[in-house]
Write a protein that binds this ligand. Sequence first.
Ligand code: GDP
Ligand code: MN
Length: 400
Amino acid sequence: MRLKEFESKRILQSMGVSLPKGKLVSTPAEARQAAQEIGAPVVLKVQILATGRGKAGGVKFADTPEQAEQVAGQMIGMQIKGYVVEQLLVEEKLDIAQELYLAATFEEATKGRLMMASDAGGMDINEVAEKDPTRINRVHMDSWIDMHPFQAKELAYGLGLSGKVNSAAQSLFLKLWATFVSFDAILAEINPVVVTKDGRVVAADAHIEIEGDSMFRQKDRLAALGILDRDDNAKPPTEFEVEALKIDKADYRGVAGRVVEFPGSLGLMIGAGGGSLTLFDAILRNGGKPANYCEVGGNPPVSKVYRLCKLILQKPGVKGLAVMTNVFSNSRVDTLARGMIKAMLELGIDPATYPITFRSAGAFEEDAYAILRKYGVKYLGRDVNIEDAAKAAVSMMEGL
Ligand code: GDP
Ligand code: MN
């Protein structure tokens, strides 16, 4: 579950992290009142589930309470990044000496947890990672235990901090890590950590995401902070997604779900042990245009695969199909082949001529391949890796 800035900050505050003085408001009059209480000048920030608000006009300053009221009047109700602004966080305007970047997260490449810090705070960290990767320090964490003090030291000195600021930063690192672990976060990011001219180290912005599967044990603790469990999907499900959901719900056996609609022409039936994400990424990386994302696995019955496949093939604009998985250990490959062929025959599609990239392997693969051969479908074996399978699917779609 993604959290807004003020929610993320409530969590950080509960863990002892220093924050700027601030107040959540939803009317211009409240903004004026807040500026009075906090003491102008203030910064006003829109509370939406998106970052990069600054660049999009979602962060403004006011020198007086009157001005705060006026600026709030312009901001409330405005649309930013597809969200209508309903709340603002009014905070003391910090006198910034330095902006740092700090995050606890998971890293795909090492399949591990890590803490990242950079002296390039306040900027888009993905941009920094691309243009100036040496400016980001990474400390890999070996377990769920607390961060070791030496790791915090390493990060603080790596940022070139000294004296009081250095120790305050170390304390912040330890607290952020404790927050990340104890709240089951998948991301806990502070960008920027602000070092003020008078030597305070405060979290000026915060972005926390809680693992959805952990909500059962975080719910109460979050509710105590005024953060309610919710479906934070940025957009309501499309008709296509609703239909797919029905297919998955109709039968408890296996998965043919998590279907997300995309505007491309390549229909996807993908899965197996993280295979969906890996394959989807590989297709995008190679310039493919998927019509959907989905997850197939856990040994679904043929009927489920067939219904999902039919839905995908009928989606307007779909011109080709990629059935691709990792090596299945818990599902039968022939199920995919059977479901796909049945869907095609029923729709009057000739499997021998329709653009198909089939790359799946594992249990009952020989049965699957025999079925495919019978219907004239070419297929790729387990000797073709995921990247090459994705490339094959993308090139199959060229000119279609
Ligand atoms: P984001 O754009 O959604 O990440 O919003 P932030 O809260 O991170 O604000 C963006 C930028 O606005 C920060 O990196 C700062 O440069 C600036 N900013 C935010 N708060 C203050 C503040 O209190 N004082 C000053 N001088 N700048 C601020
Ligand atoms: Mn920020």
